[in-house]
Design a protein around this ligand. Sequence first.
Ligand SMILES: [Zn+2]
Length: 245
Amino acid sequence: MHTCSPYPPSVLSVACASARITQAACVLLTLCLPATQSAAGGRCEEAPVDVIAASSDERHVACSAAGDALALLGRCGISLRRPLRVEIVRQVRHPLSKSTIFGLFDTRLETVFIAEEASIPALVAGTPYSDLPGRDFYRSLIVHEVVHGVMHQNVRRPPTSHAAYEYPAYALQIASLPSSVRTRFLQSIPNNADQGAGVFNDIILLIDPFFFAARAYAHFSASDGCSHLAALLQGEVAFIPALPP
Ligand SMILES: [Zn+2]
């Protein structure tokens, strides 16, 4: 257990790709590698990412997904400035609610923590993610957290809202899904065609993270998404309301 606070109070320091909880917060997590299994670790061949996992299969998936995240960000000229650490652990818990979550990025440790794949079906139950192929979704949530890690390494001025923090991660998470899977997810989101302003704010993110994710992808893809990411690294973008520091 540890704490951290590199961002202003309005933007806490980790991101949680949770089915029900999107609020960022400092880290309080349970790291439980199975005691009887030996960890598989080391630098990925695909990317300057160091993965710790309980099996070589988990390590392979994490390396592959991290490579996808770096490729998506690379199209926008955004890359790692130093190696990133990814740990696949038995369970990750939200620091406030104590509920189990998909994963998070710890800014102080510069480490992505992802719940093991076997734990995901229970976490997605009752959400739009439950209809997606498990491995495809699992890879996408690793992409989500790795995007947080890479953006963190490049940020000039931390965002003041959760929405500004989550927009890149959700947009590229959905972008990383295979086309047919992405279409299935987008079609499962009611009112996804809503192009109205005011979608990208912390209230929508909290109430309906699936809608936020779908809209972030659509917005990113239909506009100059890379320019949005570049602007977010410098501070804010016009379509996401800034919050008082
Ligand atoms: Zn996130």
